[in-house]
Design a protein around this ligand. Structure first.
Ligand code: G4P
Length: 518
């Protein structure tokens, strides 16, 4: 038990959230460089390049490759074990992107200094806020022209309602980014020229705030005067965010950020279960399946369930129970998933992620526990879909395979399947948060279930989760129809955003949620 507590205490499990091109890949790479997990810059980038150039690969396999190759990066820093979970579909948003966030204890939000908070960052942040996940902010690309740092903080607050508490402050006289002041101890870090390609960790020259340009010193003094310091309680509650300035590409300010992940991000802690009790980390093993992926790498054509360890020590070969089905699973083949290759793991601790191979019965949101210490964690919330298509079997003689395939994809959460009471199983609507989900689902229908589909556009643009009272009321209204998920949960589909907003405004008594509890 003491060993589990000690191991949990030195784990930091987090994700990087950002809009495409803000610098997530570059930052990940620099983290790995610091940790010595990779030897040279370009390893992550070149994988990205490789993906971009293998055009003879079926586009889809390639997309799936992305989420597999970098499912989890695990590295050590300062005696701590850091598990960096990739938010897959960085470019192609999907429900998996949201689900991954249920497996982390904190997030690093990367913002492009010049572009400010962008739409995808907003969406991902919304998930963190809904889950109460603490967020550390990295304002990247400070080597480029950027607004004044105070404007960047204002944008953060205006767009996300999140108060930024600057831990470092940029030294950028006349637009030239020279370094940062660490406001906690007044030290000034000036970054020296980096070796070409950023292969090495940036050189830092330490001084004091006394030596920095007057304008920067005055700004720092002003911040001190107004008390813009990190409030750890607020940060942990998700209402404020410690902010770091830097440049991932030139490796400026990255170490301070990495140190902060260790110092500020919480270690795994007791997780609330379905009935509101808390499962302590030292309790017997329990884990949350946050993602299931089928037929991924052509070299391993199987189903892999990604499990975040929530409590206890995981040992290979232990018999586990799936809380939803009551079925036993012997985790004979557990893997650490990093890169394309999988390493067999013998043990894992809270905060770690393991991949269970051929876990056919598992789906995202499932809880696993030891046979004698049951627990069920709440379902993973997802957001209401924004893309809709009616699915028809392209080949009428394959209707049975079509039904089976649709049911399976719904169960796995590849797409959400919605049905209308009057139409039954005819022409189900596929709903998704990202277009890519349709591509994956269609591809699997054709290749795995032998039932190619024809997708047809719908009249709907917006969905909101509702309840039975809401369903009854909405059924009488125009420009909205009530569909149901497999679970029976009603989902209102609106002709337009305008209609959805108008009905919500005119009928405040109706439940119209953007969060869906599956
Ligand atoms: P992403 O994973 O969030 O999509 O972003 P990624 O790291 O791939 O970075 C997107 C682009 O921004 C890359 O340029 C990258 O080199 C650049 N970049 C990242 N961090 C910084 C920074 O601190 N300063 C500056 N100036 N640029 C940065 P690219 O031209 O798209 O790719 P590449 O040709 O550099 O590989």
């Amino acid at each position: 038990m003491a060993a589990v507590l000690a191991e949990a205490a030195r784990r930091r499990t987090f994700a990087i959230i950002s809009h495409p091109d803000a610098g997530k890949t570059t930052l990940t790479e620099k983290f790995l460089l610091y940790a010595g997990a990779i030897q040279q810059a370009g390893a992550v980038q070149s994988r990205k390049a490789e993906r971009a150039t293998t055009s003879d690969w079926l586009e889809l396999e390639q997309q799936r490759g992305i989420s597999v190759t970098s499912a989890v990066a695990r590295f050590e820093h300062d005696g701590y074990v850091l598990n960096l979970l990739d938010t897959p579909g960085h470019r192609d948003f999907s429900e998996d992107t949201y689900r991954v966030l249920s497996g982390v204890d904190a997030a690093v939000m990367v913002i492009d200094a010049a572009r400010g908070v962008e739409p995808q960052t907003e969406k991902l942040y919304a998930v963190c806020r809904a889950r109460g996940t603490p967020v550390i902010t990295f304002v990247n690309k400070m080597d480029r022209p950027s607004p004044e740092p105070l404007e960047i903080l204002d944008d953060l607050e205006a767009t996300l309602g999140l108060v930024g508490q600057p831990v470092t402050w940029p030294i950028k006289p006349q637009g030239k980014f020279e370094g940062v002041v660490d406001r906690r101890d007044g030290r000034a870090y000036r970054f020296l020229a980096n070796t070409p390609g950023g292969a090495r960790v940036a050189q830092e020259d330490e001084g004091t705030v006394a030596g920095v340009p007057t304008e920067v010193r005055e700004e720092v003094e002003l911040l001190d005067a107004i008390g813009a310091d990190v409030d750890v309680e607020e940060f942990l509650a998700g209402t404020s965010t410690p902010v770091f300035f830097g440049s991932a590409l030139s490796n400026f300010g990255v170490r301070l950020l990495l140190d902060a992940v260790v110092a500020l991000a919480p270690s795994p802690s007791a997780r609330e279960d379905l009935v509101g009790a808390h499962r302590p980390v030292e309790a017997p093993f329990s884990g949350l399946v946050f993602k299931v992926q089928a037929n991924l790498d052509p070299r391993h054509r199987d189903r892999l369930a990604f499990v975040r360890v929530c409590s206890g020590r995981f040992e290979r070969g232990t018999s586990l129970t799936c809380a939803r089905t009551g079925k036993r699973i012997t985790a004979k083949y557990a893997h650490a998933v990093f890169g394309r290759d999988r390493e067999t793991v013998d043990e894992a601790f809270p905060g770690d992620v393991i991949g269970l191979v051929n876990a056919t019965d598992l789906r995202a949101g499932d809880t696993l526990h030891t046979d004698d210490a049951p627990v069920t964690f709440p379902p993973i919330p997802t957001f209401t879909p924004e893309h809709f298509a009616t699915a028809h079997p392209a080949d009428r003689s394959r209707v049975k395979q079509f039904r089976r395939g649709v049911a399976q994809l719904d169960e796995e959460g590849v797409v959400q399947v919605l049905r209308h009471d009057d139409l039954g199983d005819q022409a189900p609507i596929w709903a998704a948060v990202g277009q890519l989900q349709f591509d994956v689902a269609s591809w699997r229908m054709a290749n795995e279930f032998g039932a190619p589909v024809r997708l047809e556009g719908t009249r709907f643009e917006v969905a909101r989760a509702t309840d039975e009272d809401g369903a009854t009321a909405l059924e009488t209204m125009r420009d909205v129809e009530v569909y149901r998920r497999e679970s029976g949960a009603p989902m209102a589909l609106f002709r337009s955003r305008y209609v959805a907003e108008r009905i919500a405004r005119d009928h405040p008594e109706l439940t119209l949620d953007t969060l869906v509890l599956s």
